[in-house]
Structure formats: structure tokens, C-alpha cells
Design a protein around this ligand. Structure first.
Ligand code: FE2
Length: 298
């Protein structure tokens, strides 16, 4: 019988393609002169921790894999191809190759059904993985030597209300936690989300010109700081209470559910999160944040 699995940590792992572009990995075709180091260095610290933990799997919930009917789980053992960002094709054309934890996908599917949600398995071998999933996973583990499980953003709940959408994500989180436990996995979670999401619509001549990179406005910045302060203090209940207003005031990408899913799967931990870095990308607020559940549990 499999030993009981556990979630080792969760990361708020934003996915602007600019981060991959700034890093110049061989897998991405366009070349840059750098940029967005505050976020890239933040991710580098997370990479070291993940490597040391040697997890069995990294699960990622991405807002750019949108599904109208149900919550979908990648269920193809090996996926590869080229992913092109539809908004930024000039900076992100990435050759990806990944192993998917299909046993965990099956368990997540079953547990999600038990929560009364619609769940589906994505079994198309030619499926093109979205850039949100890829950027977050690349930034956390550029070696791609850890199996992954991608989860879609079921956007239909948002046709009704934020409240219904977030309730669903809490159920999805509980289902994920049970699936991890029963498959015996040592898992890392990633919520692929930006914070404040108002942005500029003109690119500088040099795309990575950091002289042009500022927050969209001070109100967005203040909101981001409030959210990060609650995370740093471990005030998760207050964070959950304020999230709906944050989503409304800043068009925050967390509305797509990844953060709520992750916090729910971790049991809404009251422990202080570590903010590894914050910086803007085309005016949006992005933070790399870690909840380390291994603390005191060795
Ligand atoms: Fe996005």
C-alpha cells in the first residue's frame, strides 16, 4: 500500500512570458538582453528548494488553459511541442517536453467528481500546452526532470459570480489534497497567477527596457502590498476575505482560481509565507511567494 502522500509546499508562480524571454533559455527562440531580474532571481531561490526536496510531482493550475465545461487534468504520459504566446509571439516560442503524472491525474479526476464538480481527463496526445502552465513550470524547474500535472481553469463559474467560482476552487483544492494523499505523492503546488492585472498596451522599443517598467498606478501597488502583507503575516483567513474585493479593484488574475485552489489544498495554512520577490511586468504586479509546509514537520 502506498505511503500517505503530502503537499510539501505551494508557490504563487506568475507566468509573464517576459521572465522566460529575459532568461534566454535554449528552449525559447527569441533572444533578449535580460530584464525582470527581481522576479527571475526570486524564482532561482525557489528552484534550489524544490531540487532539495526531490518532489514526485509539481501540480500547476493555469488561467490560460480555459475550459468551459468542467475542470480538466492533463492525462497524456508525455507531451511535447512548441508553445507560442498568442499575445507575445515575438518573445515566447518555447519548445516544451514534459512527463505527466497520469496516475495522479486519475486520482484527481475521481476525487473532483466526489466533490460534485464536473471533471474531465485531457487525453489528446497532440494537445498544445498553454504558456501559463509552461512559464510557471519552467521558472520553477527549468530542467523539466520532475513529472507534472496540469489543471485547467474552468471559467464557466465566473459567468455567474466570483463567489461560486471561488467555492468551486476550494472543492477542487480539497479533492487535490485527497488525491495526493491516496497516491502517496510528495507534491509541490503552483498557482500560476499574477496579482494586480491592469497593464499598459504599448511596448517600448527595447522590450526589456527596465526604465519603462513601472506599476500601472499606485492604487494597484497598494492593493498588491496589502495582499502580500497578509501572506507574509500568515493571515490566510483575512486574505481569503479580502480576495473578492482585490479581484474587483485590480482585475487580479487570481480570479481564475489558482490561488484559492492551492490554499485550499494546503488547508488554508496560517503560517507566514515567504515573498521571494515582487516586480512589475508591463505594469502588472507579480510576486513569487512560497508556503513551505515542511517547516517543523521533519
Ligand atoms: Fe496571464
Amino acid at each position: 500500500m502506498a505511503e500517505s502522500g503530502k503537499i510539501l509546499a505551494g508557490f504563487l508562480a506568475p507566468h509573464p512570458p517576459h521572465l522566460v524571454y529575459g532568461e534566454n533559455p535554449a528552449r525559447n527562440e527569441p533572444r533578449s538582453t535580460g530584464g525582470w531580474e527581481m522576479l527571475r532571481w526570486a524564482y532561482e531561490r525557489c528552484r534550489e528548494k524544490i531540487k532539495a526536496w526531490k518532489p514526485d510531482v509539481i501540480l500547476v493550475h493555469s488561467p490560460h488553459w480555459m475550459t468551459i465545461v468542467g475542470h480538466h487534468f492533463l492525462r497524456v504520459p508525455h507531451l511535447q511541442g512548441i508553445s507560442v504566446d498568442p499575445i507575445f509571439p515575438h518573445i515566447f516560442r518555447y519548445r516544451y517536453e514534459m512527463d505527466v503524472d497520469v496516475e495522479l491525474a486519475d486520482a484527481c479526476y475521481e476525487e473532483t467528481h466526489k466533490e460534485g464538480l464536473i471533471a474531465k481527463k485531457m487525453t489528446n496526445p497532440n494537445f498544445r500546452v498553454d504558456y501559463g502552465t509552461i512559464v510557471s513550470l519552467h521558472m520553477l524547474n527549468p530542467g523539466w526532470d520532475i513529472p507534472i500535472l496540469g489543471i485547467s481553469a474552468n471559467n464557466s463559474p465566473y459567468f455567474y459570480s466570483t463567489e461560486i467560482g471561488q467555492e468551486q476552487m476550494m472543492k477542487l483544492g480539497r479533492a487535490t489534497a485527497r488525491a495526493v494523499a491516496k497516491t502517496g505523492r510528495r507534491a509541490v503546488l503552483a498557482a500560476s497567477n499574477t496579482l494586480s492585472h491592469l497593464h499598459f498596451d504599448r511596448e517600448p522599443e527595447l522590450i526589456e527596457d527596465m526604465n519603462k517598467e513601472v506599476i500601472f498606478n499606485n492604487s494597484q501597488y497598494q492593493w498588491d502590498m496589502l495582499i502580500l502583507d497578509l501572506m507574509r503575516k500568515g493571515q490566510t483567513d483575512r486574505l481569503m476575505a479580502v480576495l473578492p474585493e482585490f479581484m474587483e479593484k485590480t482585475a487580479a488574475e487570481v480570479k481564475s482560481g489558482g490561488l484559492t485552489w492551492m490554499l485550499s489544498a494546503m488547508g488554508f495554512p496560517q503560517l507566514p509565507a515567504q515573498v521571494h520577490g515582487y516586480w512589475t511586468v508591463i505594469g502588472t504586479g507579480n510576486a513569487v511567494v512560497e508556503w513551505d509546509l515542511t517547516q517543523g514537520a521533519l
